[in-house]
Design a binder for this molecule. Structure first.
Ligand code: ATP
Ligand code: MG
Length: 482
């Protein structure tokens, strides 16, 4: 993929300086435009694209520092290099703080200048390349994609509209499949940043060792295999939004770095020592029980508070009443379209079946169920027979508190305890596809003790050992232990 590099802009009121700077960079093959004032530079930057600006600190009218401030406000992503004859460490620090990418004191060697220009050119090329790659896959999120007319979902959409324009950090909690990703996307689309990049990073999908360099980038040679400079995704999100999905899976050391980043947008690439700064809005999500993670020491409490400026908690599907049918209809139309099929209707009996189920996998589960039904159904209507047997699935997920089991009435304590024990063992056996080893593991007893209890409770596994077909099912999933 070849990226054409736009020119760089030189701002200096001294003609000789303009000429000598231009000839240094032109000799390296860069395109140059040169102007003699900050005012002219601002005008030009509004009209044309540049990959960087090099400005003298002292100019005739507006100073180079003022120009820097104005450029940072107008185009936060445009690197600005400041050159001055009166260098002091204090001034240099101020220029960097004001957003200059670097600071050169006169006199300087041409190599120093070219080094800075080369870095900016590389950065520009990487940003453009990444943007080009992603533009192909990203389809914008819209508020209307969040289907549902129950009060909670209406309020959710309203809240998204209220919060989106603010720059506040957002934390989205909620069970798996409740639409957290849709919420994050809609927040970006409805924000003032919608024309800038929306970068999503799934903290659970990237190996821990690589997550830091993915997020903050790495310098060339930072570690074995780091053959060239890699920009962080935060740099790609500069001016836009970064969505940190599955944040509950982030390691504690990286949580500390993220905390610093949230404070003022500053970070350091892996293997680098330059402090960089970007301006991006952070949205984070997790389906983990965050309070529990904090208690166990897996998640930093200070990070939680820093993220939790505005919190979204999409309700589980089982609390959305009639929305189940509305969503099912929506997915029916969607899959009919993508599979090039006639749109089917939901039979009354199928609707009833959908409404009965408690949807532990929430909207994602419903979507999968409808996709399967559209594939299986040959008639004009979705019949209950084309829906899965929810009974098995709900037994897999349901955690029944003892107190709510009515069977305990009239039973002795021993009978009630045995019956609870039998149900629990049966359920865990089912969850583990009848593998005794894994069931024993999960219940934290030995395999021998499990077998003993099963005998006592009259639980009959297919065989004492795992049956061959189930054992091979095990292998298809994860490798069985022992
Ligand atoms: N209200 C909704 N209307 C339409 N589609 C929805 C809705 N909520 C969720 N979906 C769809 O359900 C699927 C799961 O949603 P999403 O990926 O946003 O869930 P999630 O909360 O991020 O889950 P996880 O915690 O597992 O990552 C997606 O295909 C999404 O488009
Ligand atoms: Mg998600």
């Amino acid at each position: 993929m070849s990226i054409t590099l736009p020119p760089l802009l030189i701002v200096d009121d001294e003609k000789n300086m303009r000429l000598s700077l231009s000839s240094i960079v032109e000799a390296e093959g860069f395109d140059v435009r040169a102007v003699d004032s900050a005012e002219a530079a601002l005008k030009l930057v509004g009209q044309e694209e540049f990959f960087m600006v090099i400005t003298d600190a002292r100019l005739g009218g507006m100073s180079g520092y003022e120009l820097l401030g104005k450029l940072k406000a107008a185009q936060p992503g445009l690197p600005v290099l400041v050159i001055t004859a009166y260098a002091t460490p204090k001034l240099a620090a101020e220029a960097i703080k004001a957003g200059a990418m670097d600071y050169l004191a006169k006199p300087f060697e041409p190599e120093e200048l070219l080094h800075a220009v080369g870095r900016c050119a590389e950065r520009h090329r990487l940003l453009k390349e990444n943007a080009k790659l992603r533009a192909r896959v990203i389809e914008p999120y819209r508020l209307e994609q969040i289907i549902g007319e129950c009060v909670k979902v209406r309020e959710l959409r309203q809240f998204i509209q209220t919060v989106a324009p603010a720059n506040a950090t957002v934390l989205i909690l909620g069970e798996s499949g409740t639409g957290k990703e849709l919420i994050a996307g809609a927040l970006h689309t409805l924000s003032q940043r919608h024309e800038e990049n929306y970068v999503r990073i799934n903290c659970a999908a990237i190996p821990e060792a690589l997550l830091e360099s993915e997020l903050f980038g790495h310098e060339k040679g930072a570690f074995t295999g780091a053959l060239r400079l890699k920009l962080g995704r935060v740099e790609e999100a500069d001016g836009g939004t970064i969505f940190l999905d599955e944040i509950g899976d982030m390691s504690r050391p990286l949580q500390a770095k993220l905390l610093r980043f949230l404070e003022d947008g500053s970070f350091t690439r892996v293997g680098g020592n330059e402090e960089l700064r970007v301006d991006c809005r952070v949205i984070a999500a997790t389906n983990r029980d965050i309070v529990d993670a904090i208690r166990r020491g897996d998640f930093r409490e200070d990070l939680f508070h820093r993220l939790n400026v505005v919190q979204f908690l999409p309700p589980p599907l089982s609390e959305r009443g009639e929305d189940v049918v509305l969503l099912a209809d929506h997915f029916l139309r969607h899959f009919a379209l993508t599979m090039n099929r006639r749109v089917l209707a939901l039979s009354k009996a199928a609707q009833a079946r959908l409404k009965e189920h408690h949807w532990p996998g929430n909207v994602r589960e419903l979507r999968n169920v409808i996709e399967r039904a559209v594939i299986l159904e040959t008639g004009p209507e979705i019949r209950p027979e084309s829906l899965p047997d929810f009974h098995i699935e709900s037994r897999l997920h349901r955690i029944e508190p003892v107190a709510t089991q009515p069977e305990t009435a009239g039973q002795s304590l021993d009978e009630a305890v045995s019956s609870y024990e039998r149900d629990l063992i049966n359920r865990v056996l089912e969850q583990n596809r009848f593998s005794l080893t894994r069931t024993a593991d999960q219940l934290k007893i030995t395999r021998h003790a499990l077998r003993y209890r099963m005998q006592r409770l009259n639980i009959n596994p297919a065989d004492e050992e795992e049956s061959p077909s189930l054992a091979s099912a095990d292998k298809a999933g994860e490798t069985p232990r022992s």
